[in-house]
Structure formats: structure tokens, C-alpha cells
Design a protein around this ligand. Structure first.
Ligand SMILES: NC(=O)c1ccc[n+]([C@@H]2O[C@H](COP(=O)([O-])OP(=O)(O)OC[C@H]3O[C@@H](n4cnc5c(N)ncnc54)[C@H](O)[C@@H]3O)[C@@H](O)[C@H]2O)c1
Length: 374
């Protein structure tokens, strides 16, 4: 199969959908790998690194026209719509339930669009989202610690303290993938860490894997109020699948935090879990409300493309290999996880939530597949 890798053109996006290591695996399996020129540059992979694996460096038009399977990181943006066509399988983050123009462009083009974020295991885990949560969680503590420094408007506090001086207090709301990874880094820095969770089972698991080094508290409005008040750094890391983040931190709670303390809302991509949260970008990541620095960057992994690219491609490559080996149709027949990723196929919306979001007809995948040529 011809596997193409397009360069991301969305502003501030430096990741690439395949590393040279991944390209070599695909070449060794007998596939023709086409990489758009400079596609890997933002992640420190020059064209030569791909060429050495046997991949071919091509132009933007060539990669979109010649590929059977096209790999990207972010959803196509308007200038890329012209490339969408029947016979092509696109594998990327799509998030089209929130993007009607793109949904319509995909449907009208006849392309097969498989979304990373809806590939889902039978137990409801999202294996292609998890690595970005790992990155964002680790980054949240790092960014929060930085924002606590005086020159950045923070309290002027070192999270880990030193011998004879108490460490800072980190409160993490939500102990899922983001929360766990934020805690790992905060513990590594020597901070005093509390995680507020709603699931007792999850807390038992965290107790075990973190060897009892964090305080685990049942999340309730009162508990959040008390914990947030005493914190130096609060990290918002809740998720209710398929829903906007609940507003667990009120403006009143923010007002009661210490001057110069920091609130890092990782859940901002789902609307944020504080009343005072609004999305920011890496260009201007923070703003201040009632003396509390808010860090609310919606695409945190974009700040560390070298790590994020590798973490992402580690998990996407097995699916890429499966599609490349068998074609999309046989690959989804064999793998229900991958089948859940198919959002649009030959002009039909095959993901129910997307159809509902835009009031379009929903066609179950089994009905759409026999019509497809992929
Ligand atoms: N900003 C970014 O760049 C970025 C990157 C990755 C993920 N995220 C976001 O981070 C959030 C967390 O993602 P995740 O992968 O860790 O999800 P996850 O499902 O692994 O964890 C969410 C946790 O929140 C808990 N929770 C739900 N309601 C709660 C409540 N009221 N109080 C306390 N805990 C509660 C759940 O029990 C679960 O353990 C999501 O909104 C995700 O979209 C943002």
C-alpha cells in the first residue's frame, strides 16, 4: 500500500504522524512510504532521516494524490479540503462532532475518515488519546511549577521546598490518566500531593501504584472547596466521557486561593472545570483572575512535539500496519476497536454522535462498508 504522511499546516502544530522509525517498519513490510517535504521538521526529523529508511520525499499534492492511506495528526483545515477524495483513507485526529464544515467536506468527498480519538476498546478505553493525556498531565505540573516563580507573577515558591522548608501543595482534581501523570511529576519534584477523585476503585488503584505517597480524597463540592483553598497549584483533570467538563471550581473558590497561586486547567479542551477558565494558546498561555494565574492551554502536547510525536506514533503504528496490510475494509472487519474509529465512509456518517451533532443521517458501519472501495 502507498502510505502518505502529510505536513501539518495548522498554526502552532509541530507534530508529525509518523517517525522515521515507523517509516522503516512500514518500508520493511513492503509498503511504499511517501512523506511530504519537511513534514517532520517541527519534531526534529529532517527529510534525510526519512529518506534513509527508504521512504520517498514528495510534494504536498503528490502525497495527497498518490497515497492510499494518508496519515496526519490534526484534522484537515479549510485549505486542505481540496485534497479530500474518494478512494483515500485518512487516519488522524478529527473531532468532527464539533466541526460541521469539515464533516460536510468529508461526506461530500467520498473519503474514508478514521478518527484517532474514537478508536475505542471494548472496555471504553481510548488508546490513541491516552498518550496525549500522559504528556499533558506531566506538562501540567511542570508549567504550574514554572508559573509559581516570582518573575512570572507567581507566589515565588519552589514546589519541592528544600531541607528545612516545607514543599508546595499540589491539588489534582480527577485521578485519570492526566491526574496520575501530573501526580508522578509533582511527587518527583518533592511536592505534597492530593488527588480528588469520584471513583473509589480508581483511588484504590492510585493508592497502590503511587505506593501511598499521595492523599486520596473523595471529590465533593465541600472537599474541593477546602482543598483548593490551601493549594499552591491546582490541576483540573476531570473527564466525563462525551460531556462538557463540570464546573467544579467556582469563582468564589478561586477568590479564596492564595495570591500568586496557580490553576492549571487541563480539562479546558472539554470546556474547563472552573468557572474562571477560558482557553489560551502557547503564545499567551496564562491570564490572572483574582490574583490566581490560570494556565488553560487547549493543546498542551503541542509544546513538546518531539515527545508527543513519538508517544502518538507508538500507539498509532499497529493500526497503520493493520490497515496497510489488509486495506481498511478487512482491517475493521478484524478489529472492533479500529471499526469504532471510522467516522465517515463513502459519503455516509458512520459514527452516531457525529451524525447527531450535525443532524445528518447515521449509517451503521456494516451497512456502509459493502459500498466502499477501500
Ligand atoms: N489541554 C490539553 O492539552 C489536554 C490534553 C490531553 C487531555 N486533556 C483533557 O484532560 C481531561 C482528563 O483526561 P484523562 O485522559 O485524564 O481522562 P480520564 O478519563 O483518564 O480521567 C478523568 C478522571 O476524572 C474523574 N472524574 C470525573 N468526574 C469527577 C469529579 N467530579 N471529581 C473528581 N474526579 C472526577 C474520573 O473518575 C476519571 O478518573 C480531559 O478533559 C481531556 O480531554 C487535555
Amino acid at each position: 500500500m502507498r502510505v502518505g504522511v502529510a505536513k501539518e499546516i495548522k498554526p502552532q502544530e509541530y507534530r508529525v504522524a509518523l517517525t522515521p522509525a515507523g517509516a522503516r517498519e512500514l518500508v520493511q513490510l513492503g509498503h511504499d512510504v511517501l512523506v511530504e517535504t519537511q513534514a517532520g521538521l517541527g519534531s526534529a526529523f529532517p527529510d534525510e532521516a526519512y529518506e534513509r529508511t527508504g521512504a520517498r520525499i514528495v510534494s504536498v499534492d503528490e502525497v495527497w494524490q498518490q497515497a492510499d492511506l494518508l496519515l496526519k495528526v490534526k484534522e484537515p483545515i479549510e485549505p486542505e479540503y481540496r485534497h479530500l477524495r474518494e478512494g483515500l483513507t485518512l487516519f488522524t485526529y478529527l473531532h468532527i462532532a464539533a466541526d460541521e464544515p469539515l464533516t460536510r467536506a468529508l461526506v461530500e468527498s467520498g473519503i474514508a475518515a478514521v478518527a484517532y480519538e474514537t478508536v475505542e476498546t471494548d472496555r471504553g478505553a481510548l488508546p490513541l488519546l491516552a498518550p496525549m493525556s500522559e504528556v499533558a498531565g506531566r506538562l501540567a505540573t511542570q508549567a504550574g511549577a514554572h508559573c509559581l516563580e516570582k518573575p512570572l507573577g507567581g507566589r515565588g515558591l519552589l514546589l519541592g521546598g528544600v531541607a528545612g522548608v516545607a514543599p508546595g501543595k499540589v491539588v489534582i482534581i480527577g485521578g485519570g490518566i492526566v491526574g496520575y501523570n501530573a501526580a508522578v511529576i509533582a511527587l518527583g519534584m518533592g511536592a505534597q500531593v492530593t488527588i480528588l477523585e469520584r471513583s473509589v476503585d480508581r483511588m484504590r488503584h492510585l493508592e497502590e501504584v503511587l505506593s501511598g505517597r499521595v492523599s486520596l480524597l473523595m471529590s465533593s463540592s465541600l472537599q474541593i472547596e477546602e482543598s483548593v483553598r490551601g493549594a499552591d497549584l491546582v490541576i483540573g483533570a476531570v473527564l466525563i466521557p462525551g460531556a462538557r467538563a463540570p464546573k467544579l471550581v467556582t469563582r468564589e473558590m478561586i477568590r479564596e486561593m492564595k495570591e500568586g497561586s496557580v490553576f492549571c486547567d487541563v480539562a479546558i479542551d472539554q470546556g474547563g472545570c472552573a468557572e474562571t477558565s477560558r482557553a489560551t494558546t502557547h503564545d499567551e498561555p496564562t491570564y490572572v483572575v483574582d490574583g490566581v494565574t490560570h494556565y488553560c492551554v487547549a493543546n498542551m502536547p503541542g509544546a513538546v512535539p518531539i515527545t508527543s510525536t513519538k508517544a502518538l506514533t507508538n500507539v498509532t503504528l499497529p493500526y497503520v500496519e493493520a490497515i496497510a496490510a489488509r486495506g481498511l475494509r478487512a482491517a475493521v472487519d478484524a478489529d472492533r476497536e479500529l471499526a469504532r474509529g471510522v467516522n465517515v465512509l463513502v459519503g455516509k456518517v458512520t459514527y452516531e454522535a457525529v451524525a447527531e451533532a450535525h443532524r445528518l443521517d447515521y449509517t451503521p458501519l456494516e451497512e456502509a462498508l459493502p459500498l466502499s472501495r477501500v
